[in-house]
Ligand binder design. Structure first.
Ligand SMILES: O=C(O)COP(=O)(O)O
Ligand SMILES: [Mg+2]
Length: 237
């Protein structure tokens, strides 16, 4: 039963996607390597390249070319970005899967009255298609991508606009993410943030100083309960 005040919208949990809900590095870096190969560059090893993720596909291509020591004009970057989107859109779930415990953690939060939303730096259409293919797309009130608004993480408005679109309340919200962009955006939005340790970040998650750190989704509901204030319903006088 929902223990929250039915007059208020109830609490909301906003999730990052890549490296938080799903292990997607294999398909993202696989696509990057296809693009690099077309440009005559050697493939980047997955364990080295996964930390290039977090700021979206355009940034991934820029970072990938920099890591390969290759130059890239702004015009070429835009062409390769379109090529990336086409290829990646056809390989969303070749090697991608949900992290262990995601479905159970979403079940638990929903049972406690939480609305769920996604705020990702993937393009919106890919985020929706990926979450649908992974079987959890319909769990979210809204799925917001990098191209949904004119701003994106680490800009705090990406998170606040997601909460607004989901009909949530900023004072009863929590962000769950794996990267510096997630922690920075949540802090700037004034929302507590749970950092996961199994995603993509060149800096250890604990060093980014989120409000809580989890190593497995089993620990999410308790971390969230400590961070999001309960709405106390005063009995009628
Ligand atoms: O894939 C990326 O670079 C970013 O995606 P995320 O915001 O869901 O982590
Ligand atoms: Mg991420």
């Amino acid at each position: 039963m929902n223990a929250h005040n039915p007059i208020l919208p109830g609490p909301i949990a906003v999730f990052d996607l890549d490296g938080t809900l799903a292990e997607t590095a294999g398909d993202l870096i696989g696509t990057l390597n296809v693009i690099l190969a077309r440009e005559g560059q050697a493939a980047l090893p997955l364990d080295q390249a996964r930390d290039l993720l977090g700021a979206g596909a355009r940034a991934l291509i820029q970072r990938g070319f920099a890591a390969a020591g290759a130059s890239l004009t702004p015009e070429r970057l835009e062409q390769l970005f379109q090529d990336f989107l086409t290829h990646y859109g056809e390989h969303l779930t070749d090697r991608s899967h949900l992290f262990p415990g995601v479905v159970e953690a979403l079940d638990r939060l929903e049972a406690e009255g939480f609305r769920l939303a996604v705020c990702t730096n993937k393009v919106e259409s890919h985020a929706v298609a990926l979450l649908d293919a992974l079987g959890i797309g319909d769990r979210f009130r809204t799925i917001v991508g990098k191209d949904t608004f004119a701003f994106s993480k680490p800009d705090p408005r990406h998170i606040t606009a997601t909460i607004e679109r989901a009909g949530g309340d900023l004072s009863h919200a929590v962000m769950v993410g794996d990267s510096k962009a997630d922690v920075a955006a949540a802090k700037a939005a004034g929302i507590p943030v749970v950092g996961v340790t199994f995603g993509y970040t060149p800096v250890p998650m604990r060093d980014l100083e989120p409000d809580a750190v989890i190593e497995h989704f089993d620990a999410l509901a308790e971390a969230v309960a400590r961070l999001v204030p309960r709405v106390v319903v005063k009995p009628a006088a």
